[in-house]
Design a protein around this ligand. Structure first.
Ligand code: SAM
Length: 254
């Protein structure tokens, strides 16, 4: 399945929650400053820029599947970064990276076995993976509200398969998948991170409701977002649950 396209300018403007989570996850990735580090799913590059500032003698390799996000990230990161447009499921780097980092991305990818195999292949032996994405139970309240709206006219029957847009995996299954892909020292856990988003209509349009809106005809899209916001009530709390991941590619056996 092709990754879905994003409104990069709006995402860049409203992604304060993702920036905050990104900073917290970056604090778990201790760096000397001279490494090559992959940002898997760099988006518009806001979190990647923070990673880049921690690599004064190193280099960021930023990868995303959205052409609009890649264009925005190239602008934000400048010539010092390598920015690659690629589906992470097809990721192939010319040279392995010392570490792989990713935030707010893995749940947009359904095939985690293949994703972890590609990340494993991108890392040098001993290289670390530090990541966070939506996990089991993520935005359950938002999804319930959007299901209630989708069951009503004029949306009825148009959004029946939307829950297949994401994989909100549990820690145990993720740990098994990482180990099956060849990772060691695996640690996965959930954390709750409720958010009242900045500019809720723009946030829902560019982030949470992207898969819904792709399935709706243009004249229904703004109304759907308004109806979901009304269903969420005030303030519109998005009940985010994050899946945190730490792992390491095993050293080569001599
Ligand atoms: C919510 S954004 C997160 C961006 C950034 N990491 C951040 O925290 O702000 C999710 C990103 O994952 C990318 N993405 C989703 N599926 C992908 C795939 N299969 N391959 C590459 N990128 C993908 C999207 O294009 C989007 O830029």
């Amino acid at each position: 399945m092709t990754p879905h396209e994003w409104d990069a300018a709006t995402y860049d403007r409203v992604s304060e929650p993702q920036l905050q989570w990104g900073r917290e996850v970056l604090d778990r990735l201790s760096l000397r400053g001279d490494e090559r580090v992959l940002d898997a799913g760099c988006g518009s590059g806001r979190v990647t820029a923070e990673l880049q500032s921690r690599l004064p003698r190193g280099r960021v390799v930023a990868v995303d599947g959205s052409a609009a996000m890649v264009a925005r990230a190239r602008e934000a990161l400048g010539p010092g970064a390598e920015v690659i447009e690629s589906d992470l499921l097809d990721l192939e780097l010319e040279e392995p990276v010392d570490a792989a980092f990713s935030t707010a991305t893995f749940h947009w990818i359904l095939d985690h076995d293949r994703l972890f195999a590609r990340l494993h292949a991108a890392l040098r032996p001993g290289g670390r993976l530090v990541a966070q994405c939506g996990g089991e139970g993520n935005v359950a309240g938002f999804l319930a509200a959007s299901r209630r709206v989708a069951a009503r006219e004029p949306y009825r029957g148009l959004l029946d398969d939307v829950s297949r847009a994401w994989r909100f995996a549990a820690p145990d299954e993720t740990a098994w998948r990482l180990e099956a892909a060849g990772f060691v020292d695996v640690r996965c856990w959930l954390s709750e991170a409720p958010v009242v988003p900045p500019d809720p209509p723009a946030f829902l349009t560019s982030v949470c409701c992207g898969p819904h809106l792709e399935r709706l005809p243009a004249p229904l899209q703004d109304g759907f977002v308004e109806d979901v916001l009304a269903e969420l009530g005030a303030p519109p709390v998005l009940d985010y649950v994050r899946l945190n991941i730490g792992a390491r590619r095993a050293e080569s056996v001599a």
